[in-house]
Write a protein that binds this ligand. Structure first.
Ligand code: SF4
Length: 349
């Protein structure tokens, strides 16, 4: 499959050098709350993380952990009754919570899970691409058509001039997600937020989309915030990982470090659920219970009801994130984090 470079953009630095630059996105103590008649849900409850230019940062956790609300908060897409209660979303140095998202719209883009919901069924893919190009780049007429063709080719859609005239239902799931990515790229973003972008696709197409995102990132120096429940996908895509549970980040580390030496029992449980990490004769473990709805301020470790290592201390205080090693940006919010050999890490070695 041939994939053209994004015209007008140059190849980027590697992720290892990207961290020498200022963060493109810096989220600090972000709190997004939903006020319903029944309860107040602290969906995002004080999370902080950075994304540097040209790197992929993973945000991983089970369904209901607050990943998508984080994504929508960053894009300024939180719907009522949700509200960003406090914290900063600093993008290119500007705090979007304070300034609003208008000036940043062209530099931020999102790809959602289901391309069927992202594309409008009554307009051709070309129309939708050209509308994005008109809004974000001011391109119309032949210039917009030419650029739309370039973008479809860049995301690996063959016979692009013809496909521009087709409607979303004429695209397969994988091709539709490529078209959604092309539309996201039409605003020439610096940061692409990918919210479970491959979950609705079969594994072969998933691998193609992940390869495509990696290629686009190299070609366009794109920063990617990759949100998923799938640790296998995180291992393939992310330079660094944030593990989120019940609205808060419980562990953060470079990807290879997290996979080799997890410190938080929740991370360990997520890793055990990856096919291939468990001996084939054993049943794939699952994490008993569900992510709790954070409907009040945290007063204990929220993972305690599901944690095999929980002790009394876990039920009486919220564990602070602890640096678990020097020289590596690796923190874990667990009373046992940083103990000799780790409570959880040794089992995987
Ligand atoms: S603080 Fe306690 S309950 Fe929470 S993850 Fe650590 S051991 Fe488990």
């Amino acid at each position: 499959m041939s994939r053209g470079a994004l015209p007008g953009q140059t190849g980027g630095e590697t992720a290892s050098t990207s961290r020498d630059r200022e963060p493109l996105l810096s989220v600090s103590d972000l709190r997004t709350v939903f006020y319903t008649e029944r309860e107040t849900i602290h969906a995002v409850d004080g999370i902080s993380f950075d994304v540097h230019p040209g790197e992929t940062v993973g945000l991983v956790g089970e369904s209901g952990s607050g990943k998508s609300v984080t994504a929508r908060s960053i894009l300024g897409l939180v719907d009522e009754p949700g509200v960003i209660e406090s914290g900063e979303i600093r993008f290119k140095g500007e705090d979007l919570v304070e300034t609003g998202w208008d000036d940043a719209r062209g530099d931020l883009a999102i790809v959602f899970q289901d391309p069927g919901n992202s594309l409008n069924p009554v307009y051709t893919v070309g129309n939708q691409l050209k509308e994005a190009l008109s809004i974000h780049q001011g391109l119309t007429g032949a210039a917009a058509t030419e650029r739309a063709i370039e973008l479809l080719e860049a995301v690996g859609i063959p016979d692009a001039p013809r496909r521009l005239e087709e409607y979303p239902h004429q695209f397969s799931g994988g091709m539709a997600q490529r078209a959604v990515i092309a539309i996201a790229l039409a605003c020439d973003p610096d940061l692409l937020v990918c919210d479970e972008p491959t979950t609705a696709l079969d594994v072969t197409i998933q691998a193609q989309i992940l390869d495509l995102l990696a290629d686009l990132q190299r070609e366009a120096d794109l920063a990617i915030l990759f949100i998923t429940h799938d640790m296998g996908v995180i291992e393939e895509t992310a330079d660094r990982v944030n593990v989120i549970y019940a609205g808060d980040i419980v562990e953060r580390a470079p990807t290879d470090r997290l996979f080799a030496d997890p410190e938080h029992p929740y991370t360990e449980a997520l890793l055990e659920s990856i096919p291939g990490r468990t001996p084939p004769e054993k049943r794939l473990p699952t994490i008993e219970g569900e992510v709790p709805t954070p409907n009040g301020p945290a007063e204990a470790c929220r993972f305690a009801p599901r944690c095999p290592l929980a002790v009394e201390e876990c039920r009486t205080a919220v564990p602070d994130p602890v640096e678990v090693s020097t020289g590596v940006d690796h923190t874990a919010a667990c009373v046992f984090a940083g103990d000799e050999g780790g409570q959880t890490g040794g089992e995987n070695e």
